[in-house]
Design a protein around this ligand. Structure first.
Ligand code: ZN
Length: 367
């Protein structure tokens, strides 16, 4: 067996967790530079300055990441002399800001600390960056080293827009069923086996605490439930992603639920909906494909309870668009790593069956 290394995310969460920054960064130097989103840095800055107050750590500047995770934006930052002089990089914001910071820190070979300001995805702790073209279309995946530590300030998360958390819940719902389904026929070695096991703690907390967490974020208040959902979306899914993905050997990180998303991006109605929103409908399609009736019933009821989609009408897609969606999703990484028995026709049939079940659910409850 060839040598390999696994890095796992380490993290802090809480309203006062930025006070841990001087201690956790103490081996890495005294000069940090922040790069991130404009709103994110505006919100995080007072907490950051308070957190490092009285320590020898200094934040030399706050630099905008450029608005999208492109190589062009990353390379412009790399040329900035302030970044070259810094001992460590603080990446602040949502997924695209964190992905850019991961690329920059990797290229400069400097320590990276992430400060997610939204609970919408696991970018703050994963070893993968989604890179876009300057025109906004997706370019490729880049595989950077992991952030050294992730600081999740619960007060900042509580002050973020509800829609990001809502879609983040929808996306995180896919982790467990996708990891289990995509790995089911394989003999798993240690690391992916551990990742698939961990995926089984991703769904329950979302179902149990999701509605209350959304209520709290609407009221901009921190709570136990909001922290549980935040940890699920950022940390649990991030660990699973790191343990079930390799650039070449195996890929159990996403499968048919995400195929529905990729297919939806080419439809006029579907592409207007958020990633996690569409993925949550993809989860129901996958459960229908797996013939897991019990879980399908449970998650359909959950989706409906928080306004996530349960049939394709909810994301403005007609069944006549399914073949075009399949032309798109059969071109994805997800499709090339499927269990052998899956065919285009069999999955399209499950999408139709699910659509009928979702419509019937709504009709029965007059939704
Ligand atoms: Zn996703």
């Amino acid at each position: 067996m060839s040598t390999y290394t696994v890095s796992l995310p380490s993290y802090s969460i809480g309203e006062d967790c930025y006070k841990e920054i001087p201690y956790i960064t103490r081996y890495f130097g005294k000069k940090a530079i922040a790069i991130g989103g404009k709103t994110a840095m505006e919100k995080a800055k007072p907490y950051l300055l308070e957190g490092i107050q009285g320590s020898q750590l200094e934040i030399t500047d706050f630099l905008w990441y450029g608005g999208n995770s492109t190589y062009e934006n990353g390379d412009a930052l790399i040329e900035n002399p302030l970044l070259k002089q810094a001992d460590m990089i603080f990446g602040i914001g949502g997924g695209r800001a964190c992905d850019t910071a991961k690329y920059v820190a990797d290229q400069l070979d400097k320590p990276l600390f992430t400060f997610p300001t939204l609970a919408s995805n696991c970018a703050a702790v994963t070893g993968i960056s989604v890179i876009y073209n300057p025109d906004g279309s997706m370019k490729e995946y880049y595989y950077p080293k992991l952030a050294n530590h992730c600081f999740i300030n619960s007060a900042i998360i509580a002050d973020s827009p509800e829609s990001f958390l809502w879609a983040g819940i929808g996306d995180a719902l896919s982790k467990e069923c996708e990891a289990i389904f995509s790995s089911k026929d394989d003999q798993l070695s240690h690391t992916p086996m551990m990742g698939v096991q961990l995926s089984q703690i991703c769904t329950d907390p979302l179902v149990e605490y999701g509605a209350k967490a959304l209520e709290d974020i609407r009221a901009k208040r921190t709570s136990y439930e909001l922290d549980q959902v935040t940890l699920d979306i950022i940390i649990s899914t991030g660990i699973v992603s790191n343990m079930t993905t390799t650039p070449s050997d195996y890929y159990y990180n996403s499968t048919l639920a995400h195929c529905v998303y990729y297919g939806a991006t080419i439809t006029p109605g579907g592409h207007k909906h958020l990633h996690g929103e569409v993925v949550s409908l993809g989860v129901l399609c996958l459960l229908e494909y797996m013939k897991d009736e019990k879980e399908l019933e449970r998650l359909m009821a959950f989706n409906a309870s928080i306004g996530l989609p349960i049939c394709f009408d909810d994301i403005q897609i007609q069944e006549s668009e399914f073949p075009a969606m399949a032309d798109k999703f059969t071109q994805t990484t997800e499709w090339t790593h499927l269990p052998k028995e899956v065919t285009r026709e069999s999955f399209l049939a499950s999408m139709s069956t699910l659509n009928a079940k979702g419509r019937a659910f709504k009709a029965a409850r007059q939704l």
